[in-house]
Design a protein around this ligand. Structure first.
Ligand code: ADP
Length: 421
């Protein structure tokens, strides 16, 4: 009883003190004082009953009240207010009550204030987490929109470039016929090199837009990984020799297994990885192809002794234009040391491997042009023994599951009628 009387005594002083310190402006102060009156009344109820639930509604209102500005600026305003309320109740009791009376009041109210603080902090955190998730959702939406416009730009640009390029190709070949055995011949060869490079870029852009729109069709045929690797070796041998590099293709379990895959697309995917290994490995470096058989998969690894890839880039190199920022690396040479291209190769490679139901990832000890930590690309391919596109197989299995489910629900919903007809 004594505590409650003491609380009554200091009520107007505390309310005046808190609103003077925390609410600036007359209008705000009136509203704030009303809130403080409400809080104080509930505080007294809590002291009288020992039940902190009395305070819950007002704490809930306060905890959920941060404004958009508070949230954006990361202010924990309500927690700060309660902290100040604690400091001011200590000040007001010590200045206005006898020592013993003050201690009694503080012993009763401090646990209630600390409880209030913990509740408000929790509510404020929840409000903040909801705000952040909401903001993240908006950013994600924007990113998706950006990705969509990136892929429609690629598709439009590729088709727009294709038509004039075909025309240029036609005219160049006509000019080549006329200029045969003249000085123009070598100039036209230069034009042809440019044309092939442009054609490769356009083809890559078309592949990226096919992959983005899930339109890449695969032509499954029986094939052997070792066969594909030997074809690649033959094609790349000239470049490897020019760059004084060594290409080792090791025999591994699984390389002679017959699997079903789109040979041309897989060739393209592995060619991208190998060309990169050549490009990002200095002269005299070594590239090793190895692998192993895993349950349901054959793994192919391509390891080089090149400049390696930093951890942050390991996550982005499989995205389209993942390395677009590195203009210092752009070059017209396809296998020149560090001669970066438009940054579509690995995104296409991943699209092809994933369309086969496989995965690709990279391991590297980081980027260092002096220590040359190298990189290892891992490719997992399903050891499929029939010519079915995994995406179609998935569609069928979904369809079958749905059919089974609807059969079950039909059975469940059909009344059992045992009576003879
Ligand atoms: P690009 O056309 O630039 O070669 P890719 O998609 O083929 O595009 O490769 C993306 C980026 O990944 C490259 O620009 C390069 O920075 C990095 N990269 C790919 N393979 C290797 C490798 N074997 N060693 C080091 N960096 C690599």
């Amino acid at each position: 009883m004594a505590v409650q009387e003491s609380l009554q005594k200091i009520r107007p002083i505390w309310i005046e003190r808190v609103s003077r310190e925390l609410a600036r402006g007359e209008g705000v102060r009136v509203g704030f004082a009303e809130q403080l009156e409400r809080f104080y009344e509930l505080l007294e109820q809590t002291v009288a009953t020992g039940d902190t639930a009395w305070l819950d509604p007002i704490l809930y209102d306060w905890g959920r009240s941060p404004t958009e500005t508070n949230l954006e600026e990361g202010d924990y305003y309500v927690s700060f207010v309660i902290n100040r309320m604690i400091a001011l109740i200590i000040e007001v009791t010590s200045n206005n009550l006898e020592k013993e009376e003050a201690l009694e009041v503080l012993a009763a109210v401090i646990p209630i204030f600390t409880h209030s603080l913990s509740v408000v902090v929790r509510y404020e955190m929840e409000t903040r987490v909801a705000h952040i998730s909401n903001e993240l959702g908006k950013v994600q939406e924007k990113l998706q929109e950006l990705d969509r416009s990136k892929s429609s730009f690629i598709s439009v640009a590729a088709h727009e470039l294709k038509t004039p390029l075909t025309l240029i190709e036609g005219y160049t070949s006509m000019m080549a016929d006329v200029a045969k055995d003249t000085q123009m011949d070598s100039l036209l060869q230069g034009v042809n090199t440019g044309i092939s490079r442009l054609r490769r870029i356009i083809d890559d852009m078309i592949d990226v837009s096919l992959i983005d729109n899930n339109l890449l069709t695969l032509n499954f045929q029986p094939m052997w990984v070792s066969h594909l690797l030997n074809l690649l070796k033959n094609e790349l041998q000239k470049t490897i020799t020019e760059r004084k590099q060594t290409l080792n293709i090791l025999e591994f379990e699984g390389s002679d297994l017959m699997i079903y895959a789109d040979t041309e697309r897989l060739y393209q995917a592995l060619q991208n990885v190998l060309t990169n290994s050549i490009k990002y490995t200095p002269d005299k470096g070594t590239i090793t192809i190895n692998g192993r058989l895993l349950p349901g998969f054959v793994e192919i690894t391509v390891t080089d002794t090149g400049i390696g890839i930093s951890p942050e880039h390991q996550a982005t190199i499989f995205e389209k234009f993942g390395q677009l920022g590195r203009t210092d690396l752009h070059s017209s040479g396809r296998t020149k040391f560090k001669g970066g291209g438009p940054g579509l190769g690995l995104s296409i490679t991943r699209g092809i491997i994933e369309a086969h139901g496989g995965t690709i990832w990279v391991e590297s000890g980081g980027y260092d042009e002096v220590k040359l930590p190298g990189s290892t690309f891992h490719i997992l391919l399903p050891t499929r023994s029939e010519a079915t596109d995994p995406r179609i197989a998935r569609l069928f299995s979904n369809f079958e599951n749905q059919t089974k489910e609807s059969e079950i629900s039909v059975k469940e919903n059909t009344p059992i009628n045992n009576s003879p007809a």
